[in-house]
Design a protein around this ligand. Structure first.
Ligand SMILES: Cc1cc2nc3c(=O)[nH]c(=O)nc-3n(C[C@H](O)[C@H](O)[C@H](O)COP(=O)(O)OP(=O)(O)OC[C@H]3O[C@@H](n4cnc5c(N)ncnc54)[C@H](O)[C@@H]3O)c2cc1C
Ligand code: FES
Length: 364
């Protein structure tokens, strides 16, 4: 960790209250790893005194440019949004731990106990919510460069909040969800997750998905059995329609099996969700649709993922806890380990032991 004073190259609005800040300095990839963060002095004076933690969204291949995406939220980020090209910013970096990459478990370099040998087939799921999306992009670029295949689920409140969809499309398949349904699938990231979990992919023809496809969705529910049909249509299809034909049968205990069928022009994803107590449930034995999941987003999203994803899955989350010092001294960022995950103590400092944890490691 060191103090640096990179120059601002760009500081522009890319979505509602979301800014893209590009900094120029030297950012070696082997130090500035995906998952680590910067502690940014947002003001040019003493107020506010505390730095603000920001994730690394990307670093250019030549290691000269680092991108941060931030939401203008309060005093600190408002001051940050006022920086002009050419000005220098006072930053402590890189801080915290980093995401482990599948190749690192395989080589045993970074591996920890049970998780060492699980990731062999390298299908990666990235799940980001709101301003938790940025760190997953740099991670995704590294994963893609290492040959892994990537599916991303990006969740936002509304169309006006959506950002970096095309950037994620350059990594692989992308599902966007919005809470109000104004763009992509209506709902939460967990709704999209239900659709791709245990997906069995039958490629019936040349894939029609391109970086320019837009996803529209049709959700039909009946009393006993839920059927989620996701029609992925080309950009010119404006007709997304949601039909709710009965009480929702989704619970955290639902079991999900899915089949994804592709035809030349149109992809249809059918998800049959059956109750656990349904004796006649027909569960198709499918290949799991991902080997490792990485997530970052609001606590409510991470909590939903904890209850949705089994603890024996290889899954990680990055926490965006409020911070003070950023270097382990003030304990402002402390959170508790879940039982069975404690280390030498039962609490963890997100700024130093985190921000990246196994999905079930921390009590949220
Ligand atoms: C490791 C890490 C990485 C982060 N990466 C990013 C990033 O890439 N982009 C980004 O925009 N933000 C990121 N954040 C969150 C960011 O640090 C806060 O949004 C920022 O500190 C807000 O500062 P402010 O002075 O503008 O707002 P404040 O005036 O301090 O707060 C404004 C409002 O935001 C709420 N708030 C502030 N911080 C947090 C937080 N951490 N979690 C939830 N609510 C909060 C406050 O309660 C208040 O309601 C990250 C946080 C952590 C810990
Ligand atoms: S922010 Fe001070 S200990 Fe983590």
């Amino acid at each position: 960790m060191k103090k640096i004073f990179p120059s601002v190259v760009e500081n522009t609005l890319i979505a509602d209250n979301i800014f893209k800040l590009v900094l120029e300095d030297s950012f070696p990839h082997d130090e500035f790893k995906p998952g680590k963060f910067l502690h940014v002095k947002c003001s040019k004076g003493l107020d506010p005194l505390l730095r603000r933690p920001m994730s690394i969204c990307d670093i250019s291949d030549d290691e000269r440019y680092l991108t941060v995406l931030y939401r203008k939220e309060g005093r600190g980020t408002t001051l940050l949004s006022e920086y002009q090209a050419g000005e220098k910013i006072d930053i402590l970096a890189p801080l915290g731990n980093n995401f482990e990459l599948p190749s690192e478990y395989e080589n045993g370099e970074n591996s920890t106990g049970d998780f060492q040998k699980q990731c062999l087939t390298k299908k990666v799921l990235l799940i980001g919510g709101g301003i938790g999306v940025p760190p997953l992009y740099y991670l995704g670029r590294k994963l893609k460069a290492a040959g892994h295949s990537i599916v991303s689920i990006l969740g936002f409140n509304a169309a006006k909040d959506v950002f970096y969809e095309n950037e994620f499309k350059s990594l692989g398949e992308v599902f966007v969800t919005t809470v109000d349904g104004s763009y992509g699938m209506k709902g939460f990231v967990t709704d999209a997750l239900a659709g791709i979990e245990n997906a069995e992919i039958e490629d019936c023809g040349p894939s029609s998905r391109t970086a320019h496809n837009r996803t529209s969705s049709r959700l039909r529910r009946t009393n006993d059995r839920s059927v989620l049909q996701v029609h992925e249509d080309h950009e010119d299809d404006e007709n997304a329609e949601i039909e709710d034909c009965g009480p929702s049968s989704r619970t955290a205990h639902n079991r999900t099996s899915s089949r994804l069928r592709r035809t030349n022009d149109r992809s249809v994803l059918q998800v049959h969700e059956d109750h656990e107590d349904d004796e006649n449930a027909e569960i198709e034995d499918c290949e799991p649709s991902y080997d490792v999941m990485y997530s970052c987003g609001p606590k409510s999203m991470l909590k939903a993922l904890q209850s949705r994803i089994s603890s024996d899955k290889l899954a990680y989350m990055s926490l965006e806890e409020r911070m003070g010092c950023g270097v382990g001294a003030c304990l402002a960022c402390v959170c508790n380990y879940n039982e069975g995950f404690e280390r030498d103590k039962n609490y963890s400092r997100v700024c130093t032991e985190g921000p990246v944890y196994k999905l079930h490691e921390i009590s949220l």
